[in-house]
Unconditional design. Structure first.
Length: 645
């Protein structure tokens, strides 16, 4: 695992470390997957089986559209709109409580435990009852009938689905624990939908016929009333008001023409009478009179005055004759004026009669036309209403299915395996976090941040070898790891090298002995001191070689393996005040000193050497070395070389 010393650990996830953790705990994950599959299988075997039945049918949306009898085509098309649209399914109607209650009379949902799950004798768990008593919760008595129906409606909404296919067919899908019951419910619902559709369409047609019949009766009544009014008008006035009005108009026009002619003659006679009174009867006056009144030269004017009808000659009439004619014309003019006034009054009266007659006539004609149209429409609508085909096509009746639709055992097993896998992975990560060890080489390197890294695998055969055997092995084939370590030791001019091991297969003493054998020469004397608690105490005899306060336990060439003198153990020596002074005293005899310790002893050795000029080499092992141990070792003494496995 990466620790806090890794600057990348807080920003990103080491996927290699994560996969390594999962692979290490593969048996745990396999066990949790097996448990998940077993539980899923038990659940699938003990869960109630549910069966799904489907009924498929289709409404003919154009069933009435082709019936077109004269103007009745529009009204006939309206009847087609009452059908359920195959694309706009009446889901709200089908899932409504009213529809469900109608189905209950045939399907008896209340006696079906799948739909009616209400238990009046049910009681709350002990813990729930205790909490309610503690808070003073007062449970109200529910309406049993309402509770039953609410449960039925809820179960029905989950079990019955209305859907449509791509070609517009309607599917009634019903789920139930009893396959026979599911098929029966689906067929009843399908038949109920078809029946409701037909009833609604027939009801609309009946309402249309009733409406048209009422309208026809009203039109007939209006026709009879208008004809009665027209008959009454003829009795009171005349059956020919237009002809009478026309005759009176012609008479009035004739009187007006006579009045105009009489007025012209009257004016001409008046002018002539004035000339005779003034005695201006010369030829020029005649010409002026004729220019003003051309009527003077007409035969009618001369005949009235008793003059010669020859237009080339003019004789002035006598004044008394002109006065007599003037008086006659005046009386005639007055008489015509009186006749015209009387004729105008009669014409106005006859015109009003004509207006009344026209209104009555128009109302009668409209009523008759309305009645004629409506009676044809009623005939056509009656024919349409009498033709009520059942155009619904049933493609599939619901039948009892053999295989259950739920539970889906394969899906449940897959979910169980997936949950087991996730649980195993989570437990693996939790266990890895609790162990606090490194699971990959990258995390080890990132945690230690050494200058040199190498693998221990090529050095494992050097364990528990004598110095003589190590010398012969390394003489034949030196290891590249030892070459790099020796180069860094010489480069830093270090006289003390600390070798530690944290739960690695190779101990620090094995590595220090092998590296010392490789580095010792005629010009370089090397000493190795093992401070692990595993180091054995040996008795000192007279022939044992002493160097300062240490005893030479084993030697080979210019390499000496030392241990503390007397009964003092290696770890006990670390607690002495003159520990470092004793180590430095060896510099007069040896050019390079290896101090080695394992596991907890390594921490004690590093504490004793803190702030001293040394070079630190440590051996670690994935899945064994704890991150806290490596962090503590690195904080006490930086790691120059890291050997991992």
């Amino acid at each position: 695992m990466q620790n806090s010393l890794n600057p990348k650990s807080a920003d990103e996830i080491d996927l290699r470390e994560l996969f390594t953790i999962l692979w290490v705990n593969k048996f745990l994950i396999a066990i949790t997957c097996a448990i998940g599959i077993c539980y899923a299988g038990y659940y699938a075997l003990n869960t109630d089986k549910e069966f799904t039945s489907t009924a498929i049918f289709k409404f003919d949306e154009k069933s009435n559209a082709g019936f077109n009898l004269n103007q009745m085509g529009i009204m006939s098309n309206l009847a087609a709109l009452t059908n359920f649209s195959n694309r706009n399914l009446p889901k709200d109607l089908i899932n409504g409580r009213i529809f469900i209650e109608k189905l209950d009379t045939e399907l008896n949902f209340q006696a079906d435990p799948y739909f009616n799950t209400y238990n009046p004798n049910s009681s709350d768990p002990i813990w729930k009852s205790f909490i309610k008593r503690a808070i003073g919760w007062q449970k109200s008595s529910p309406d049993i009938n309402e509770a039953i129906w609410q449960g039925i409606v809820s179960a029905y909404s989950k079990s019955v689905v209305l859907d449509s296919t791509k070609d517009g067919s309607v599917k009634v899908i019903v789920t139930h624990v009893d396959s026979q019951r599911a098929a029966k419910i689906a067929n009843v619902i399908m038949n109920k939908i078809i029946s409701n559709n037909n009833d609604k369409r027939n009801m609309v047609q009946d309402e249309q016929v009733a409406y048209m019949s009422n309208t026809l009766a009203k039109a007939l009544n209006d026709l009879e009333v208008s004809q009665s009014k027209l008959k009454t008008f003829a009795v009171k006035n005349s059956a020919l008001p237009i002809e009478n009005f026309t005759e009176e108009s012609l008479k009035l026009d004739a009187l007006r023409d006579q009045l105009n002619q009489t007025s012209e003659l009257h004016e001409a006679v008046a002018a002539l009478s004035l000339l005779l009174q003034n005695k201006t009867t010369d030829q020029d006056d005649y010409l002026v009179l004729r220019q003003k009144f051309p009527l003077v030269d007409q035969v009618e004017f001369r005949r009235i005055l008793g003059q010669s009808e020859i237009t080339n000659s003019w004789n002035w009439p006598k004044a008394n004759s002109v006065d007599a004619v003037f008086n006659t014309l005046s009386e005639r003019k007055n008489r015509l004026t009186v006749q015209i006034n009387a004729s105008e009054i009669d014409a106005e009266r006859l015109g009003a009669a004509v207006d009344a007659y026209a209104k009555l006539k128009r109302a009668a004609e409209v009523s008759e036309a309305t009645y004629t149209v409506l009676i044809e429409q009623v005939k056509a609508q009656s024919i349409v209403a009498g033709y009520r085909p059942n155009s619904t096509e049933i493609y599939e009746y619901a039948t009892a299915t053999i295989n259950p639709s739920a539970p889906n055992r394969n899906l449940i097993l897959a979910l169980g395996a997936t949950l087991g896998l996730c649980l195993g992975a989570a437990l693996s990560v939790i266990l890895a976090l609790n162990r606090g060890v490194f699971y990959s080489k990258n995390s080890l390197i990132n945690g230690a941040q050494p200058q040199l890294t190498a693998s221990i695998r090529s050095l494992l055969h050097l364990r528990n070898k004598s110095l003589k055997d190590l010398n012969s092995i390394l003489a034949r084939k030196p290891r590249s790891t030892f070459i790099e370590l020796a180069t860094r030791i010489h480069k830093n001019a270090i006289t003390q090298v600390v070798v530690t091991s944290s739960r690695a297969k190779m101990t620090s003493n094995d590595l220090a002995r092998a590296l010392s054998i490789y580095m010792q020469s005629d010009t370089l004397k090397v000493a190795v001191i093992d401070f692990s608690s595993k180091a054995k105490k040996q008795n000192i005899d007279d022939e044992t070689l002493l160097i300062e306060s240490f005893v030479v336990d084993e030697s080979e060439g210019h390499l000496s393996v030392l241990r503390p003198q007397g009964s003092l153990g290696p770890m006990e020596m670390l607690s002495q005040r003159d520990f470092w002074k004793n180590i430095q005293s060896l510099n007069s005899t040896f050019d390079l000193i290896f101090l080695c310790a394992d596991d907890r002893n390594a921490i004690s050795l590093l504490n004793a050497l803190q702030n001293q000029k040394t070079l630190h080499i440590t051996l670690v092992r994935t899945k064994k070395t704890k991150s806290s141990t490596l962090t503590q070792m690195r904080s006490l003494l930086p790691i120059e070389g890291l050997l991992h496995e």
